[in-house]
Design a protein around this ligand. Sequence first.
Ligand SMILES: Cc1cc2nc3c(=O)[nH]c(=O)nc-3n(C[C@H](O)[C@H](O)[C@H](O)COP(=O)(O)OP(=O)(O)OC[C@H]3O[C@@H](n4cnc5c(N)ncnc54)[C@H](O)[C@@H]3O)c2cc1C
Length: 424
Amino acid sequence: MEKFDVIIIGTGPAGLGAAFHLINENKNLKILMLDKEKVSTGGLRNDCKMNFTFPIGFPFENWSKEQAESYLEKVTNKLKPEIFDKKNLSTYFKRAEKLGVELINIKQSHLGTDGGLKLIKKLIAELEELGVEIKLGTEMTDIDAKSKTISTNNGTFAYQKLLIAPGRKGFSFLQTIMDKIGIHYIDHIVDIGIRIETRLENYPIVSDYYDPKFLFPDKVRTFCTNSGAAYVVREKYTTSAGKPYFSVNGHAFSGTKPPNGLVNFAMLKTVKFTHPLASGQEFAENLGLQAMLMGGGKPIMQRVGDFRLGKRSKLESFNDDLYNFKPTQTNCTPGDISLSMPAKILRGIWKSMKSLDTIIPGVLHPGTIMYYPEIKLYANKPEYLDNNFKAAENIYFAGDGAGTSRGITAAWASGIRAAEGILK
Ligand SMILES: Cc1cc2nc3c(=O)[nH]c(=O)nc-3n(C[C@H](O)[C@H](O)[C@H](O)COP(=O)(O)OP(=O)(O)OC[C@H]3O[C@@H](n4cnc5c(N)ncnc54)[C@H](O)[C@@H]3O)c2cc1C
């Protein structure tokens, strides 16, 4: 059986951040990186907009401002982002403030889905050049912490130190591993929301600020805005009981594709549970399945005009003169979001959308589409043994799946932090 000083599970930003830090600090380390996919599946691959300002992406439980900023400097030094200029924002700031809404001014770069793929390939090649062994299409399936070995579909490997960074899609996998090793965790927070798609002219702020971050009262925020050649996509998830459901998401190309005149972004509400409902994951899965039930196995889409009138959308809703653009995600069922979404979440989101429409008049045009559900599971909160995300003897976690980040740059930073622990 092959033995490694460090095995890293996941080639997302958390895994990459850790691998670069480890190999740069000690060229002699024998490192193996595994990914079950042929190419990393997270946000580096999808749209790849990167945020370089605290608190975007950094959960408060794990990061202070000073700490995040010092790691962001390291991430910046490695990724050398081209930060966008922001213009003409003073009116939006003033309007937001009057409504008790915060518009956060952050440093941002954007590579697009095609640019992100290029970056991943470049980073993987760089790591291989530095001597890191990378096995793609290799899924970790089990662990024996006593003998310090992991099982995969491509054989068994031994480690001195193990870093598991499986991202949001690896949320359940991580829970299985934690249950097996006896790592205590809670999973009581989840983000639920909708994705808005509208014409560029209804949300012109994006010409001045690529991914504007609005924080509304009631724990609602805008998230992951895409424009240019922008598309809404479906992501397939499987519940712990093996049932499939979809969450929508969005991305854009870097400029290699012609702009389609559309913008999409998420409106997410953070929901936090207390006893007796502990699992955010189970709650989210139930909502995902409920949406599948209402949408006949697909996500639901509804025009704002219909929603306002309390009517479901139908196929014909998408031909009317007010409905003046075609959805970029047609693999959805026209329907009624309010039949599927819990009232408290819907109220919070709708109220925030009305505020947004006051700040940027036009976003609630009758033709605007709301897609549901958009679900973000990144709230596994393991009980860490130290400040470097050590979860058990010789085992570290990092990235979104382990609750240490909620975005590319923070995931990269968490990978560095775990790598520092591994080196100690
Ligand atoms: C469609 C989409 C668009 C996004 N857009 C952005 C954006 O523009 N900006 C931003 O900051 N964030 C974005 N995000 C969020 C971003 O993807 C995450 O914050 C970030 O990728 C988390 O990094 P990570 O390394 O923790 O996980 P990931 O990037 O998800 O990487 C985890 C990797 O682990 C692999 N893996 C999982 N389980 C196993 C296993 N058992 N064995 C082997 N390999 C495994 C997965 O295949 C995956 O490649 C987006 C997310 C999605 C899904």
